[in-house]
Design a protein around this ligand. Structure first.
Ligand SMILES: Cc1cc2nc3c(=O)[nH]c(=O)nc-3n(C[C@H](O)[C@H](O)[C@H](O)COP(=O)(O)OP(=O)(O)OC[C@H]3O[C@@H](n4cnc5c(N)ncnc54)[C@H](O)[C@@H]3O)c2cc1C
Length: 411
């Protein structure tokens, strides 16, 4: 047994939000914590998340909140029950940063930035004795020791327990490169392949269309598609046409289902409702109105406000005959098929799906490596944007910290 004068020594590898929250929990519990990270500084993806407005959590009712994690909701639930959206906000406030709820229910720090929050957090962690070791890349185990590649050569570290919080597989240049997957697989840990989540998709646009419309947003459209259960779903929002495909909030929100359909079928087709606020009948009536000598394009613009990228899409996705047929054109405005070929590469995605399988875990501890705990995006769950990712990373880091303390105390 350790005495209270010789605290347990815990190594946290990975200084993203999950690892830092594990470090915080462990330090509060009296452990001596060393954080190792391969990069020159911690929290790089956390800082990037703050660039476009740091969406830290979501204010919708908790019963709805937990459903956003899909299949991961059940195993994540006990962690979120202890450290949920309100706890995230209280924790941010405790670091001296205020939050506000945006119109969509998303919660942001008042200044929308991640840097002041991270600065205050690191200051608090250092004050509580957490030590940081940058440019220390974990390469695996030798016997029971952790092998770290450091600027001064190889370092072997022995700790009473280890928390791995190595992130997913997107934006490798910020540190989370998924290089841990074979290291854990070699240790007998089941890992679901990492896959892009909250990602764009490739579409085989013609040169004519993409050269004119790449970068243009489609505001207020709806997408109809088919879920894994075979049922159609419909979601309204906006997205952007890119040089070679589509991206943006509406696409990200549906990306898990779209990705899974492509994996199963080789491609998927989404159906765009270009005028979701108008009924099919109204659209048909307007298209059928006499247009005199006017072209169909200017008829659609004056009767229905269809112009720019929406007009371009109709031209791109319909044959000449369909475009000239009023019935078919009206139907297409409400249900325009666009074929998605494959997701954009994982490195471009906002997050990744896959990771350490839940059945490889007992709580947050690896069954095949007692004393090694995992947290954050490297675990097999996924969620849409909206603050759900960071909330689960923080909750998972907190749970791993608590599990380590309980395991060490058990002896
Ligand atoms: C552009 C963008 C915007 C985002 N915006 C939001 C948002 O607004 N809201 C939200 O909820 N989420 C957002 N996210 C997602 C969120 O940032 C991530 O889900 C979160 O950072 C994952 O936390 P993590 O601690 O699990 O891993 P990471 O933050 O990826 O941290 C993992 C750490 O492990 C280190 N590491 C990896 N391998 C090793 C190794 N072998 N040895 C040592 N260290 C290693 C890395 O250097 C890194 O520091 C965004 C992501 C992106 C890319």
């Amino acid at each position: 047994m350790q005495s209270s004068l010789t605290p347990f020594r815990v190594a946290v590898i990975g200084g993203g939000p999950a690892g830092l929250m594990a470090a915080q929990t462990l330090a509060q519990g009296g452990a001596q914590v060393d954080v190792y990270d391969a990069m020159p500084s911690v929290g790089r993806k956390f800082l990037l998340a703050g660039r476009g407005g740091m969406n830290i959590t979501h204010a919708e009712p908790y019963a709805d909140f937990v459903t956003r994690y899909g299949k991961g909701a059940a195993p994540l639930r006990p962690m979120l029950d202890v450290f949920g959206p309100q706890d995230v906000r209280d924790w941010v406030h405790g670091l001296g940063v205020d939050t506000f709820v945006g119109t969509s229910g998303r919660v942001f720090p008042t200044d929308m930035k991640a840097a002041p929050l991270l600065r205050a957090w690191l200051h608090r962690l250092r004050e509580s004795g957490v030590r940081f070791h940058m440019r220390h890349r974990w390469l695996g185990w030798r016997d029971d020791a952790l092998v770290l590649d450091t600027p001064d050569g190889e370092l072997l570290v022995r700790a009473d327990a280890v928390v791995l919080a190595l992130g997913g597989g997107s934006w490798a240049r910020l540190g989370s490169d998924g290089a841990w997957v074979p290291l854990l697989a070699a240790r007998g840990v089941g890992v679901a392949p990492l896959a892009p989540a909250n990602c764009g998709f490739d579409v085989d646009w013609s040169e004519h269309f993409s050269s004119r419309h790449a970068g243009e947003p489609l505001t207020t459209v709806a997408i109809v598609s088919t879920g894994a259960d075979g049922r159609e779903f419909r979601k309204q929002g906006q997205f952007v046409v890119t040089q070679g495909g589509v991206e943006g909030s509406l696409i990200y929100a549906l990306s898990a289902a779209l990705r899974d359909q492509i994996t199963a079928n080789g491609y998927t087709t989404i159906y765009l409702d270009l005028l979701p606020d108008l009924s099919s009948q109204r659209v048909a009536d307007e298209v059928a109105r006499p247009r005199g000598a006017r072209s169909m394009a200017s008829h659609l613009q004056s009767r229905l406000g269809i112009k720019g990228v929406k007009a371009g899409l109709l031209r791109e996705c319909l044959g000449k005959q369909q475009y000239a047929d009023e019935d078919q054109l009206a139907q297409a405005i409400k249900r325009l098929p666009v074929r998605l070929l494959w997701p954009r590469p994982i490195d471009e995605a906002i997050s990744s799906a896959g990771g350490v399988r839940w059945d490889a875990l007992e709580g947050t501890m690896l069954k095949s490596a007692p004393g090694v705990f995992v947290a954050g995006e490297m675990v097999d769950w996924e969620a849409p944007t909206g603050g759900y990712l960071l909330t689960a990373c923080l909750a998972g880091g907190q749970a791993a910290g608590r599990d380590v303390l309980a395991w060490l105390k058990r002896g």
